[in-house]
Design a protein around this ligand. Structure first.
Ligand SMILES: [Zn+2]
Ligand SMILES: [Zn+2]
Length: 134
């Protein structure tokens, strides 16, 4: 479920236009508050959160798949990776499609685009026990 759907079903809050999409009125503050929580404690270790645009999993996964596809032929893999990175760059230069964080900003906690700094899976879904800290 997208943020927009969950917002409209849970609240009758007014919608406003924010960074090119409709959000509930309280959303910009929520996103602003998210910026003051820079770390997560995960199973006894402190990690700096991964801001929008700094994710590594998507690139690593594409690289793994293309390497497999081309049986490790480096120049072919590099060629594909240039395109992959270009597409990712374009996406990252726009606000996060879910929480509207801009590049370099932290997501609203557990936005589905947030990457876990420990296991690099989706923070929302991974099994690491996380606690948000300042
Ligand atoms: Zn986000
Ligand atoms: Zn994790």
């Amino acid at each position: 479920m997208s943020i927009e759907q969950s917002q409209s079903s849970e609240t009758s809050e007014k919608l406003i236009s924010f960074r090119g999409s409709q959000v509930v009125e309280s959303w910009p503050k929520k996103l602003k508050d998210a910026q003051s929580h820079k770390s997560m404690d995960i199973e006894g270790e402190r990690f700096i959160r991964i801001p929008w645009g700094e994710e590594t999993a998507e690139i690593e996964e594409a690289k793994r798949q293309w390497t497999e596809y081309y049986h490790g032929h480096k120049s072919l893999v590099d060629n594909e990776m240039r395109l992959v990175k270009q597409a990712i760059e374009e996406k990252r230069n726009k606000p996060c499609s879910h929480c509207r964080a801009e590049r370099g900003e932290y997501h609203v906690y557990l936005c589905e685009m947030e990457e876990c700094p420990k296991c690099h899976r989706q923070a929302l879904a991974c099994s690491c026990k996380k606690e948000l800290v300042k």
